[in-house]
Design a protein. Sequence first.
Lengths: 169, 100
Amino acid sequence: MSLPIILFFVCAALAVAGAIALIVAREPIHSALSLILVMVTLAVLYLLLGAEFIAAVQVIVYAGAVMVLFVFVIMLLNASAEVRTNWSKMAMYVGVPLGIFLLLEIAYWVWRSSVGPNVANGATAATGAFSTRALSMELFKHYLFPFEVTSILILIAILGALVLAKRSE
Amino acid sequence: MVPISYYLVLSGILFGLGVIGFVFKRNIITIFMAIELMLNAVNLAFVAFARAWNQLDGLIFVFFVIVVAAAEAAVGLAIAIVIAQNRRSLNVEDVNLLKF
């Protein structure tokens, strides 16, 4: 086995372990730390795929900013271990079968697209990295309008967070 | 090189685990974390497809998804703070005004 394959399997195992730990953990802070593990391993996978800029953004924005926000709110609200409750009848008889159906459907389509007859010819991927210069040219030429719209979205999100979190007297 | 299908399988597994977390967790902050996990799984699929077809558009999509996820986390956590102040609890079972 070559080095990229070994690196992929190590990272994939860590990511799945982190995701399972997120679900199993009862303390929210443990879930947050597991999620940071998932995000960092995903950044390594992005590097493996040659997407250097996305890997950096993943670490800075997701593992950095967003998770600091989560940990800060957990500490602020003094979130303790969650209480287990019984499921409602609706969740038992409708939710669980629909959830299992959704997972089977995702598994089927992933299997179809990777092992089935419709497998893409470029499936073993080109080598080399995406150039960040080409990415920025694409972003600021073809996708300039969506880029500007996202800045308005961020502004609205800041205002919304301020208005919501403000103590109304 | 690693086949693209491996990345897609990992993406599917992570998305499924995110759905399971979203449905089964009771703490509102952990539910947000499950949503972030699903967004990350979709991002991985985007980057894998961008690699497979050697197109940059997939990476641009990931960029926008990350921006929207950051905005969503900011507003969502503000809502969580308001709920915690009003209900003195983070359990979603206690927020049942619209439940029939």
